[in-house]
Design a protein around this ligand. Structure first.
Ligand code: 5RP
Length: 221
């Protein structure tokens, strides 16, 4: 296991403390979340989890493999806990997400959850968001139009090659944005016709950020 992977696993392990027995869980996507799912299995915690709402087909498969029922968010109502990773996080717990392409469902589950626990290794912590290219999910016919609008905002959008999201859409990865006002930029990108969602989680940031490093974890709230 690489040092970064070990740090992700530490963060994932610390998130187990937020599990609420008997409560349906929201589960994100990515390698850090995969550690979280694996740890649930290793520690045999499945019996405490009546079901989970999943943010992607990949996570759904992994949850089912360890015997956790995957539920429709329309049937669960508000979730108490959502656990997910991030590509970047700042000190205000605002995030860039979507490196794994699951940003839209992740955003929906984050919005529908009381507590969003974000798990990252320390390489993801930044002062200003935007070094990681900002993912934007777009309706296929709007790809070019949305690209021009993002360029007008100062970004350099690039189509993520060969990727179709679980929702049948495309992803533009936008470089070159210094995201000094994440809430405002999120609103501006959301307002472009054809944008399904933007991987900025600023209007609804995480509530708890668990950062894994070589000597353990620290939690920012
Ligand atoms: C997927 C995501 C992931 O949370 C993000 O890409 C982090 O992934 P990893 O845990 O593999 O570093 O937003 O859409």
């Amino acid at each position: 296991m690489t040092t970064q992977d070990a740090a992700k696993r530490k963060a994932a392990e610390a998130a187990l403390a937020y599990l609420e027995p008997g409560e349906v869980l929201g589960v994100g996507t990515g390698s850090t979340v995969n550690h979280f799912i694996d740890l649930i299995a290793e520690k045999r915690l499945q019996a405490d989890i009546p079901g989970a709402v999943s943010s992607s087909n990949a996570t759904t498969e992994r949850l089912k493999k360890i015997g956790i029922r995957v539920l429709d968010l329309n049937d669960t109502g508000t979730l108490s806990i959502y656990v997910d990773g991030a590509d970047e996080a700042n000190a205000h717990l605002q995030l860039i997400k979507g490196g794994g392409g699951a940003l839209t469902r992740e955003k929906i589950i984050a919005a529908a959850s009381r507590t969003f626990v974000c798990i990252v290794d320390e390489s993801k912590l930044v002062g200003v968001l935007g070094k990681f290219p900002l993912p934007v999910e777009v309706i296929p016919m709007a790809r070019s139009y949305v690209g021009r609008q993002l360029t007008a905002l100062g970004g350099h959008p690039v189509l993520r090659d060969g990727v179709t999201t679980d929702n049948g859409n495309l992803i533009l990865d936008v470089r070159g944005l210094d995201i000094v006002n994440p809430v405002e930029l999120e609103a501006r990108v959301n307002a472009i016709a054809g944008v399904v969602s933007v991987g900025l989680f600023a209007q609804r940031p995480a509530d708890v950020l668990i950062v894994g490093g070589p000597s353990g974890t620290r939690t920012i709230k």
